[in-house]
Design a protein around this ligand. Structure first.
Ligand SMILES: *Cc1c(COP(=O)(O)O)cnc(C)c1O
Length: 372
């Protein structure tokens, strides 16, 4: 605390990102990073973009990211997405910040689930946007009726991830369509950070509904969390609003290397399909193995699972795993304090996790297995 801080800064409670431990040889299953490397063409594209001796770094990057916009529009051409409907930015955390500032009413409460991405209330506080948390059902699903029955004039907009985080539960596009129809004068933001792991994208609705914003990221399914690239898709008037904010804040949000790397990632569909299929397969296997150990596993359409054990406290399990050099995420929060969020790793990492948990939750059983 400093006497020089502004009033807003004094009142901020910043987001705490998942730990990025400095230790080597950890099995890191706490921040939903991709366990596989990015498409091989990404590194080549970044090297090419550097030029000889990094010569090209002298020049500013394209402030609008036109080539990346074109690549994203082309990638989603089956939905009729055009370049004017794409807004790239420095990770979805930045894209979302601009969406909050530019496209949501600040005076009426923005609606989002009580259990969701914990960054949303933080943007609200930063920008002085009113908000209201809508409780998930007991099974952690989003009850769309709770949002449909609200009076449009009394809400500022709606946002949630699909699949939701940290639960992993997905909602069908019909529910999102109903929401867009119920509140035509309000923006509905669908944060699709995990959509490539088994949910259906709302992008199919982008042409039809002028109040839809879909946000996607290269951090999870494209294995580029370190490069910081994401984008919003919406109708051109919404995108123009985002560009006004961007150009009032930082006109070069994406550096040259990020733009080149992201374009290369989109170009390699075979790598994308292979790695996401492997992750979904590991998720299914891990779900079965943890259920066999007595865990309750929430059905997940994301690259993580949300689990609890009826006989073991989540904090104790997290600590026991940490002692085996395996890091998972535990949220000390009402309703979910009994749960652990575990990112899907490689098959070897998942096996190490299961072995560590086996020793902890049923020592006699695993001893027997070792003996036989
Ligand atoms: C990981 C995540 C993001 C942020 O992704 P970046 O593009 O890396 O900033 C956004 N929303 C949700 C729900 C996430 O889990």
């Amino acid at each position: 605390m400093s006497a020089y801080w502004s009033r807003i800064v004094r009142d901020l409670v910043p987001y705490t990102p998942g730990e990025q431990p400095k230790l080597d040889r950890l099995i890191k299953l706490n921040t939903n990073e991709n366990p596989y490397p990015p498409a091989p063409g990404v590194v080549a594209a970044i090297q090419g973009e550097l030029g000889a001796d990094g010569e090209r770094l002298r020049r500013y990057p394209d402030p609008e990211g036109e080539a990346l916009k074109a690549a994203i529009a082309h990638y989603y051409r089956q939905f009729g997405i055009t370049r004017e409907q794409v807004f790239p930015g420095n990770g979805s955390d930045e894209v979302l910040a601009h969406v909050f500032y530019a496209l949501l009413k600040h005076e009426q409460p923005l609606l989002f689930p009580d259990i969701t991405y914990s960054f949303y209330p933080i943007y609200c506080k930063l920008y002085d946007i009113d908000f209201e948390c809508v409780p998930l059902a007991d099974d952690f699903s989003i009850r769309i009726e709770d949002y449909l029955e609200r009076d449009s004039a009394q809400i500022g907009g709606v946002i949630f991830p699909n699949p939701n985080a940290p639960t992993g539960r997905a909602l069908a596009p019909d529910a999102i369509r109903a929401l867009l129809r119920a509140h035509p004068e309000r923006v509905v933001v669908i944060d699709e950070a995990y959509v490539d792991f088994g949910a259906e994208s709302a992008l199919a609705l982008a042409r039809e509904y002028p109040n839809l914003v879909v946000v996607q990221t290269f951090s999870k399914s494209r294995a580029l969390a370190g490069l910081r690239v994401a984008f919003a898709i919406g109708q051109p008037e919404l995108i123009a609003g985002l560009e006004r904010v961007k150009n009032s804040f930082n006109s070069y949000p994406l550096d040259r290397l990020a733009q080149a790397g992201a374009i290369a990632a989109l170009a390699d569909n075979a790598h994308f399909e292979r790695t996401r299929a492997a992750i979904m397969q590991s998720r299914a296997a891990l779900t079965r193995q943890l259920a066999a150990l007595g865990f309750v596993v929430i059905p997940s359409a994301a690259n993580f699972i949300f689990v609890r054990h009826p006989e073991h406290a989540a904090a104790t399990l997290a600590q026991a795993l940490r002692e085996q050099r395996i890091i998972v995420r535990h949220f000390r929060q009402p309703r979910i304090s009994k749960y652990l969020r575990i990112s899907i790793g490689t098959p070897e990492e998942c096996a190490a996790l299961v072995a560590a948990l086996q020793n902890f939750v049923s020592p006699s059983k695993s001893r027997k297995e070792v003996a036989s």
